[in-house]
Design a protein around this ligand. Sequence first.
Ligand code: PHE
Length: 493
Amino acid sequence: MVEEKRERWNARGSFIMAAIGSAVGLGNIWRFPYIAYKNGGGAFLIPYFIALFTAGIPLVILEYSLGQYMQGAAPKAMKKVKKSFEFIGWWALGIGSIISFYYCVVMAWSWKYLLASFNMEWGENTKDYFFNKVLHISKGPFEIGGIQWEVLIGLALTWVLIYFIIYKGVNRVGKVVNITVPLPIIMLIILFIRGITLPGALKGINYYLEPNFAILLDWRVWLEAYSQIFFSLSLGFGIMIAYASYMPKESDVANNAFIMSLANCATSFFGGFAVFSILGYLSVMNNIDITKLKLSGPGLAFVTYPLALYKLPALGALFSIAFFVMLLTLGIDSAFSIVEAIVSGIHDKWNINKEKLTLIFCIVGFLSGIIFTTGSGLYWLDIVDHWMSNFGLGIIGLLECILLYYFFDFKKIKEYINSVSEIKVGLWWDICIGFITPAILGFSLIFNFNQEFTKSYESYPMKALLIGGWGIAVLCMIFGIFMMKMKGNRVKG
Ligand code: PHE
């Protein structure tokens, strides 16, 4: 069998846009602003940018160069480094798959809210609306409750969209991201302008950015900065490796990494203004203590923000539509980037028709997501997400750095990058990949492990954590080993 020619992006710009699309996701709106607010406001920008330059960008460069140089998605790229490393690529894709299963459920809620936006159906009691009318939340993870049909339909819609975007390959992805990257930014600008022209906006922004430099002495703030950077740049799930593998071998690496990373962080910073200005308005005009509100995660997007929208003096429905269109377009390109990484990985090994593969994965993704559409869905989503983003990303990122730096001819990768890139990687990059990033990731893993054993997460029953947390985490690892052991049918690579 002769290896077919690898697919290609239609332009360098498409690759950069797609990478930005993956990075800029829900996290930029519901994670960054809150983490900044909680960890020193404006002062948080110091650890954040240090994390960006000492770990974020170096790791993006590493993932890009790996994909581009080896011309393969994560498993193939790792296998070319060393045969036994293949399982790490699969492990990363296993974790990515699980993330895609629940990420799409959050998008399903967003569809429901987009529909509800036209008459702002949620009314004043947004908490009751979200938990009881949309989710029909049960009493605990083991009281499964019924499937919420509207959410299920939203989930199906999301997977159908993902299928149609990626089944034709990255060429179509390159076109779709021309819409899904700028559109949420335009919506964000609209919400920002509405936000800062409201009374109380300044108070909100003050909350967001009031610098507290003393807090920088707390090492946990630094850990938060690093983990936010990793999560936000979609590192450790094989996405950037797969995307870069569709670039010709001689394309620039370092420059692309800088552009993508800076664009992502700028969006996060800007997102904070849109979120906190309107929260300031909500707090001042309605006498609500801002600290009593849910300021991050689903609570921000589906409870607090809708309340603020409802309280707008005029055109609330229009801004609600803008907000949920923003969430959906932010989410979709992150969601399909994970699916693309997985499908590419399998395609690289077995040469199965990509259309068929995408269809199968989308069906599996949809079916696996059903549990999250039940009354107990939010509990499971919370548990699985906590484990995947705390341990999954950390372990894979750590292994990537250590194995490539210490067990591979690292100089070769460096020479390759410098032969194609405008910005050269020097000793600083060695220090970042060989020492700083693994030290920080290793340290956070130990810290997180320790925390898991001292206190049960959110007081969920231990059995639920064993299944949804540790169980799924171990399953991803077994999946990695299993996939490596399976015989591929490619002659080359
Ligand atoms: N980077 C995305 C965000 O900030 C999250 C994400 C992580 C998406 C991993 C896909 C894969 O929301």
